[in-house]
Design a protein around this ligand. Sequence first.
Ligand code: MSP
Length: 500
Amino acid sequence: MKNKFYITTPIYYVNDNPHIGHAYTTILADVLTRYHRNIGDDTFFLTGVDEHGQKVKQAAEKRGLSPLEHCNDLAPRFINLWKKLGIEYSDFIRTTEARHIKVVQSALQKAYDKGDIYLNEYEGWYSVSEERFITDTEKDSGQFRDIKKLKEKNWFFKMSKYQQKLIGHINANPQFIRPESRKNEILGFLRQPLTDLCISRPKDRMDWGIELPFDKDYVTYVWFDALLNYITGCGYGSDETKFRKWWPAEIHLLGKDILTTHCVYWTTMLFSLELPLPKSIFAHGWWLTGETKMSKSLGNIVNPLDMIDQYGVDALRYFLMREMVLGQDANFTLEAFIKRFNSDLANDFGNLLNRVSGLIGKYFNGIVPEPGNKTEAEIYIEETAGNLEGKIKGLILDMRINEAIEETLQLVRSVNKYMEHSAPWQVAKSDLVRAGTILYTASEALRLAALFLSAVMPQKTSVVLDVLGSLGSKTSWGGLKPKTVLKPHEALFPRLEVPK
Ligand code: MSP
């Protein structure tokens, strides 16, 4: 039986074009999905867009469009970017779709019927930008903008009822909230009594949302609506077999800014719906420019489309995956990008392909030579490459993607060193069998490195594998067939000039 792997990204607000932060989470989900597929798992990868709520309504108003017209214009921009980035999602969900509206209304009805939703008049501080009531402590923290006092009749979800159950679940499942620091943050948050969640917005104030099934004067609060996408997308309420196959998700990926909504709102909603919780919620850090989070409102965003046009998709995917230590913040600078590109991709990986194909071309008419007797140097390379698969698996399951990549690059570097030391271009003049052994060893190690990097750089690694005549996926030593005729190729990653 295959293992299943269901992964989600947050659904992005369509209040603006996608930026590098959105691209990052989606690429990360794609890399993990490809990796799990490569090791034989059955995968389902869900992404999409969050189309309701005040932010989107305001963005539409600014453009003089109806909210739906605005969403219909914006959603394809995300889909197009994902296509350009080589993202192979299984489904793309829009929260304005009928399938989702049905799920939201039935979930609300279910919670209402069991007494988990009640009407109450509430007076408190309301953050217009965050679109929710905030506590006095939050107000005093200075982190919220556009605050006003608001007195309103609204519908509330009994989040407090599930507080102890949630604490118990977190403690009993050490992998549930990752990394550990985020788990502690949530446990800290749960030390205070949980307040109930206001899940409605009166239509006369904000009407862009899903109508409550039990009160026509209200629409659903955007987060209560959005979080349910994770079950809509895998068949809840429409395809029981599909839903039973995929739910619960193995992993919800998200940025640290939306940790509470996922770890507290979503989990208590699932308790109310009597559904199992996701296996794990993983919060990554932010991409920063300098010291600040990249965001449209600060005008410091990097446009992924510009990066793709200028440097290629795989280089961008590589940089984002290699540079960020999962869980921590990372700085995005063009200097760091170019440095990484030149060292890892041009000098190490691309160069190794050039070398082996050039030398096999020159001394063996472009035909992969048969390896002869191995010396210690070949045994070392073979062992390093042989141990890599298991090492990488451990690191990826542990969400240490950057380290998994670095391990592979270390193999590539050690093969480049091996080439320099053993100098097949010299040896070939007197001992073709020995030169053939060296070139076979280097080519086979390159093939394995390409396979191990294929989830991160699907396009470029498939070029390498194609040159080596091997699009197969044999991850043990010896997959490269002697006598294979190498295909011609261009330089994989021509060095970039460092901008002045
Ligand atoms: N719509 C909600 C999510 C609902 S999920 C049920 C939302 N959308 S968002 O568009 O504002 O951002 C969503 C996610 O984008 C963040 O959590 C994060 O995954 C990613 N990022 C946005 N900016 C980012 C950075 N600067 N750096 C890294 N990721 C960031 O919140």
